[in-house]
Design a protein around this ligand. Sequence first.
Ligand code: ADP
Ligand code: MG
Length: 350
Amino acid sequence: MPPTADASHALPNDDAPLLELRDVTRRYTLPRETLWQSAPVVHALAGVSLALQTGRNLGVVGESGSGKSTLARIAMALEPPTSGQVLFQGSDLNQLGSAELRDARRDFQMVFQDPYGSLDPRQRVGRIVTEPLFDASAAQRRERAGTMLDAVGLRASDADKYPHEFSGGQRQRIAIARALITMPKLIVADEPVSALDVSVQAQVLNLLQDLQDQFGVTYLLISHDLAVVDHVCDEVIVMYAGRVVEQGTSDLLFRAAAHPYTQALLAAAEQTRVDAAAPARRCTGIATADTVGATDIGANACAFAPRCRYRQDRCDTERPRLRALDSRHWAACHFAEQIMFQSPSKGDTP
Ligand code: ADP
Ligand code: MG
């Protein structure tokens, strides 16, 4: 995966990425609270670049509010960025006309978190699954729905049923069948297993991997759960407050995290596992319910500084840029090299 810094085009990789984001920003203007205040602005994405290569699944992790879903919607051209470019196989999606975009959409599809809300309860499953096949005949739809339902572990006869007749895990299989029906090259899955029972999560993740082998699709998989990303992804980016703070191969990132935020996420995940084994212990660490206040970032400060156990004066005045630690690993921290070899002390809130 090329770095997300400006040097991304200098990498010796001749293949055009399947998906590329170039310095993408997304601002939302919120309603004013009072007449004499200016409208508050949320920087949901504050300059994100990434490149996803065919066959190399990319995971996006970060806590609630870090910009993951905004990234997904912009990558899928469901909304335009405020600035920056989204390129799919080299073509800028926001420059396409509506007919061209509709054609391009066959190559990238999305799976959402909520398998209840994302399927129309009034439509039969066969209709839902074949919805992206705009110009197919009834006979073609029936045949394709049967094939695809079979591929995701359901039965062809399920096409005649309604979504409420299925469990959460089965509904997510239906959503995956719908995403696959156009034989896309890329599927963006935003928290695809978060709403499912833990016992069902692994089945759905294994299914995604089987389908990758069978259909050659590549995933951009968003999850707040590091284990989910570790299971499926070759590359990972870690987002904090609308920025990429660390990026690398899953092996490097999960085994030698170089950003204090990534270390804290890993420590919190580890703590959750310990707590699950011994529920009486209190869960500590960073993965609390507080969302990232993307509105109150100082112009030049590191956004993570207020929560960072390694904070120095420099962090308040000089925002660290994403920089290469080696050829497969980037981090946005002034002290990445020093802290990479320090394991976070468990239970210590950064
Ligand atoms: P995540 O998926 O990581 O939880 P989101 O992309 O949903 O993060 O949100 C990032 C930030 O942008 C949050 O502060 C969120 O409140 C804000 N945001 C997202 N979508 C909108 C919107 N349509 N209008 C206003 N603010 C939004
Ligand atoms: Mg989200």
